[in-house]
Write a protein that binds this ligand. Structure first.
Ligand SMILES: [Zn+2]
Length: 291
């Protein structure tokens, strides 16, 4: 325990909606899959309640439309409800009009369902980089306050290796970006924000990385995972390649226990509270966001 409060986040989507399976599952087939996102999210809410952890739930509009009860429980349990876009379309595959319609529709459905204002946004598959920084003013115009969508690493599906490792404004007229956490080591940024790496690598590496970010950088870290990651019994997707299967299915059975330990051993809160000083504006906030 380092004393620093970190940001716990969950990307609320189902097992058949992930980027790793986008080649073998078409959106038109989604309604034919048995959905497990509500039951899995309820298990996460139970775990957080027991551990007294508050978190931010970046939720697909598609999921909110079909599972309003779990969206209402996220809010009732004291967590932050936020937007993960409508149907997990990558932001870098949308033009500005399509992106605007997507984030507007998602925010409206989440606000109607949850009865709470939506300020946070996370793009599907961290699909914001140097080529589409125009999303930031659109997010602001559409009522959002921050984004957590850039991952300053090299990765085959996403990443913006030259991006700042700390909160920054990619466009002066846009929302604040809170990038995914990395550890600076040997002149490189190494991922330190959960996701597949958390299941694929020994848990001790993540804990060392987060401790270094808290102690050495004196910064909070951002952790993220998905409801399907605590669900070893989920139906297997046919036709998926080896890399996708390794990424998706490794150590699902150990994830719940790993999360319980992580909840105990570090301090966690909702993103809008961890970064509140940067989100309220003013000179102090402007100085603090300078990378
Ligand atoms: Zn996602």
């Amino acid at each position: 325990m380092t004393g620093m409060t970190n940001a716990m986040t969950v990307d609320v989507e189902d097992y058949f909606q992930v980027q790793a399976f986008a080649n073998c599952v078409d959106r038109s087939e989604w309604d034919s899959f048995p959905r497990r996102v509500e039951a899995n999210t309820n298990r996460i809410l139970d775990l957080f309640a027991a551990a007294r952890v508050k978190a931010t739930f970046f939720t697909l509009g598609w999921v909110a439309r079909r599972h309003p009860a779990v969206v209402r429980r996220i809010v009732a349990d004291g967590h932050e409800l936020a937007s993960h876009g409508w149907d997990h379309t990558r932001a870098d595959k949308q033009d500005p009009e399509a992106f605007r319609a997507d984030v507007r529709r998602t925010r409206m459905v989440l606000e109607d369902t949850g009865g709470t204002p939506i300020g946070g946004y996370r793009a599907a598959t961290f699909s914001i980089g140097a080529g589409n920084l125009w999303v930031f003013p659109i997010l602001r115009q559409e009522g959002y306050v921050y984004s957590s969508s850039i991952n300053p690493i090299r990765h085959d599906l996403y990443g913006m290796p030259g991006a700042p490792r700390v909160p920054f404004r990619p466009r002066a007229d846009g929302v604040l970006e809170i990038p995914m956490t990395t550890v600076r080591w040997l002149g490189r940024n190494w991922p330190c924000s959960g996701g597949g790496y958390f299941r694929l690598l020994p848990a001790v590496l993540y804990r060392m990385g987060l401790t270094r970010v808290n102690r050495h950088d004196r910064r909070p870290g951002v952790f993220f995972f998905h409801p399907w990651e605590i669900d070893p019994g989920q139906p297997r997707i046919r036709g998926a390649g080896l890399k996708s299967r390794v990424r998706h299915y490794t150590n699902l059975s150990g994830m719940q226990a790993d999360l319980e330990r992580l909840s105990r051993d570090f301090r966690w809160d909702r993103m809008d509270r961890v970064y509140a000083p940067l989100l309220t504006g003013g000179a102090a906030a402007a100085a603090a966001v300078r990378p």
